[in-house]
Design a binder for this molecule. Sequence first.
Ligand code: PDD
Length: 283
Amino acid sequence: MTTVYLNGRHLPKEQALIPVEDRGFIFGDGIYEVVRVVEGRIFAWDAHAARMANGLAGLRIDATGADSATLRAACERLIADNGLAGGEATVYLQVSRGAAPRTHHFPPAGTPTTVYAAASPFKVNPALRTQGARAITQPDIRWARCDLKTVNLLGPVLARQAAVEQGAYEALLHRDGMLTEGAATNAFFVLDGVLRTYPLSHYILPGITRQVIMDVLGAIGIGCDERPVPLVDLPRVSEVFVCGTTTDVTPVVAVDGRAVGAGTPGPVTLRIKEAFEQRLYAK
Ligand code: PDD
């Protein structure tokens, strides 16, 4: 039996019900996280909890019942109760502004938030990780606070669907002529021999995997220039990889049907991938 966490209780998934007036449903008015679990260990919990707290503050959603210790305990029990302590798993967490009659402005003070979490088994796709993925480019039509991990994901939903329809895995988004990130990943490029990625700003999600990679880069002695790559320079880019909680380091070997570099995962990507995986799977 699958159990989930809802508003302080662990209960069977079928019994976890949310009012139709929940603002997560009506407005996409909420924040979410996805964390990775390896053999029962939650990877980079503190960073995920900090990003969630920042997102809730950014949307001015009350964080009562969604503090780091409460959510972590909920995740750990979900992993144990659902028999996921032995392999790989993810936990999805979401906090919405709660249920109230529909008004664009906030509901009355004291309206309880909706706090939800669920764990699922996770399987790495080894072909994608080792042989690499295809991507397409898409205009970045998202709002101007992409740093907040809100459940309002229509830009990414449409971009990923376009990718799938073109036989690709990911969509690389571009805004104002610059490549920002993937629909659900951060993106790194090697241009003129230098590793580059979009700087932290309102236009990308501050990915936890991106943050771990920055740390790993220091350890393995690879520099990274946090400077946007112009879309027009894409044909000259010799390596691309995307990263995220469910993506790890995934090489991108073709964009819009054109090979990246030799059309196989490049040497810089492979070094970073190996070093990242050592962190992820460290006991
Ligand atoms: N997505 N950029 C965007 C737009 C994302 O949605 C994600 C993650 C990332 C990578 O962030 P992190 O390394 O913290 O997972 C970057 C999650 C996994 C999702 O929506 O399922």
